[in-house]
Design a protein around this ligand. Structure first.
Ligand code: GTP
Ligand code: SPV
Ligand code: MN
Length: 598
């Protein structure tokens, strides 16, 4: 490593200096330095040399453990504080001036009060520490939809992770130029104490302050905080949609490309679906990935809805990864593993990984673990952080500044009962209704409630930065801006039989449903009308060679039980009641129509 260069970057804080002449930026950074009082300030440039230097430092500090470089080149291991393993929705706030604007599904505090509280926590919080200044770009360089954020953090883990998850460094400063249009993000780890853990958004100031955590979704501020919560707020003002959606391309054997976006709640299969490997039966069909978690979608000049993936990396659930060989290959190098198990030969392990469990290892807490142990070796929300360029089926369009035209939007939840495998909305407003009434079993991605069904409209319940009723209105209004709207679908891979087994084989086999969806978009396959929407006819869903899928199981997976659905409509009511004063009339009419059909 070049020592001189290192010295130059690691300068003593001296107010408004940095590798930019942007006065607004320099002034804000100087203010935050004065507040947090770090010993050192490091402006990240995003270079390989810098990454190597910071990685070596993280290893020295014990933040990262170098994994077996022969098996896992470029891979490192991180263990979080055991109290800090997932998003905390009860600590997440939308601080608009007026509480009504945040709506009943968000925690709220007046901005003034929250600023005061968090500035109190941040005062002197970086004494003895380094402040990393992370300029980052959300979206492909040069994209008219891309946005710039600056995250100030005292976590080297965050600095390294943001370097994977975003286009970080000089590239972002170049795009920003002298503009004052950037998101201001401040992150202080403090003592990683749940009692002083806040993820606070100030949409009217384009500002985020996160304290007391070091877990992904709480602290990688480009992701849920900027790309979804602040993004959705900006999207409503500017006429676009910020969504918790993967984006994929379906390429047919004759080269026809169809782009699909899909919203499933956290840990419900987006990454897996985005990298789907079609079964052998679908010879010549190919799935490529544009994004695995977030889509920014805006009407294009040709009247279609265009989507970009604002991210540059994947922060994915580790357990279950092995069901997708693309994902296995993707995380075999240049990956940071968080909260999996560590084997004596410095390899990683998790429940369900191929091969026998290790005779002995260290669990995610760092305790000795053997196959006899009662606790899980890997945390169910253990995650990998990996650059999207590692994805063997990355679509070149992921870097297209104009994005890709979306033909289908899929909503999906994790539902053990009631909800059939697939159905298609009758029209846009009906599709919005289907998204708005989505329910899903909660997962380990957020603290608390795992397994319980809750309403998670458009998979955005934890991520919508304003009133959910106004968000539905925005969705309905978007139709007018899109001459050729995507068709809307709903899927459920997770329905179970009376023995608690999944009825649908899932994973690569989801291609069968995806193919029907694509064919529907191109008007070349049949459907039957049901109270819920259009469903595949017995001939139009190709299940040839689907492993272990009996005709009876498929029938059960698609079954619509009218009694169950009457109960479901009542369960949907709860959220609608909460939002009533802002709920678009169209959705109430849709509910009435559904009830009339049942
Ligand atoms: P976030 O990153 O939290 O937003 O999650 P995600 O939606 O990207 O979820 P991911 O693809 O990581 O999948 C989460 C879990 O769902 C994993 O444990 C997968 O094994 C499991 N899963 C994914 N697809 C399927 C499927 O088709 N069927 C079944 N049964 N499980 C699936
Ligand atoms: C999710 O929980 O939806 C994630 C992981 O994608 S996190 O970034 O932690 O929010
Ligand atoms: Mn997510």
């Amino acid at each position: 490593m070049n020592r001189g260069q290192n010295e130059a970057i690691m300068s003593k804080p001296s107010g408004a200096t940095g590798p930019t002449s942007n006065k607004t930026l320099l002034t804000w950074v100087a203010d935050m330095i004065a507040l947090c009082q770090p010993d050192k300030v490091h402006w990240c440039d995003g270079s390989k040399a810098e990454r190597d230097m910071l990685t070596a430092q993280a290893v020295r500090e014990g933040v990262l453990i170098e994994l077996n470089q022969r098996k896992l080149p470029g891979c490192y291991y991180h263990r979080s504080n055991p109290n800090d393993v997932a998003r905390v929705e009860q600590s997440t706030f939308i601080c608009t001036v007026d509480q009504v604007e945040a709506g009943p599904t968000n925690n709220w505090m007046p901005p003034k009060e929250m600023y005061q509280k968090l500035r109190g926590y941040c005062r002197g919080a970086m004494k003895g520490r380094t402040m990393y200044v992370l300029p980052y770009l959300m979206g492909p360089p040069g994209s008219p939809m891309a946005k710039v954020g600056i995250e100030l953090t005292d976590s080297i883990y965050v600095a390294l992770s943001m370097g994977i998850m975003t286009r970080m460094g000089t590239i972002a400063l170049d795009q920003l130029g002298d503009s004052d249009e950037f998101n201001r993000g401040l992150h202080c780890m403090l003592d990683v104490n749940p009692d002083r853990r806040y993820i606070a958004h100030f949409p009217q100031d384009n500002t985020i302050i996160s304290v007391g955590s070091n877990y992904g979704g709480n602290v990688l501020l480009g992701k849920k905080c900027l790309a979804l919560r602040i993004g959705s707020y900006l999207g409503r003002q500017e006429g676009w949609l910020a969504e918790h959606m993967l984006i994929l391309c379906v390429e047919s054997p004759d080269g026809e490309k169809t782009y699909v976006a899909a919203a499933f709640p956290s840990a419900c299969g987006k990454t897996n679906f985005a990298m789907l490997i079609p079964p052998a039966h679908f010879k010549g069909w190919k799935i490529t990935t544009i994004g695995d978690d977030i889509a920014w979608m805006k009407p294009g000049p040709d009247g279609r809805l265009y989507a970009i993936n604002p991210e540059a990396g994947y922060f994915g659930v580790v357990p279950g990864t092995n069901s997708n060989p693309n994902a296995v290959q993707m995380i075999s190098r240049d990956t940071v593993y968080t909260n999996v198990a560590l084997t004596p030969d410095l390899d990683v392990w998790w429940e369900g990984k191929d091969g026998p469990p290790p005779a002995e290892c260290l669990d995610w807490r760092g305790n000795k673990w053997t196959p006899e142990s009662k606790e899980k070796a890997a945390h169910p929300n253990s995650r990998f952080t990996t650059p999207m360029t590692n994805n063997p089926v990355l679509a070149p369009e992921a870097n297209d500044p104009n994005g890709v035209p979306i033909s289908a939007i899929i909503f999906g939840g994790r539902r053990g009962d009631t909800v059939p495998l697939v159905f298609q909305a009758f029209n846009w407003v009906h599709g919005v209704y289907i998204g708005a009434t989505m329910g899903s079993e909660m997962t380990a991605a957020a603290v608390g409630g795992a397994g319980q069904v809750r309403r998670d409209p458009m998979a955005m319940l934890p991520f919508c930065g304003y009133h959910m009723g106004d968000y539905f209105r925005h969705w309905i209004n978007m139709h007018r801006l899109i001459k050729h709207p995507p068709r809307i679908f709903h899927v459920n891979w997770f329905r179970k039989n009376s023995h608690g087994e999944f009825l649908w084989p899932g994973f690569g086999e989801n291609m069968r449903v995806l193919k029907w969806i694509v064919d529907r978009c191109h008007g070349r396959t049949d459907a039957d009308e049901t109270p819920l929407g259009w469903v595949p006819t017995s001939k139009s869903l190709d299940v040839t060679g689907a492993p272990g899928l009996s005709a009876a199981a498929l029938e059960q997976a698609q079954h619509i039980d009218h009694e169950e659905w009457r109960r479901e409509v009542i369960r949907q009511e709860e959220l609608f009641m909460k939002l009533y004063s802002h709920l678009p009339k169209e959705l109430i009419f849709q509910r009435e129509l559904l009830v009339a059909r049942l």
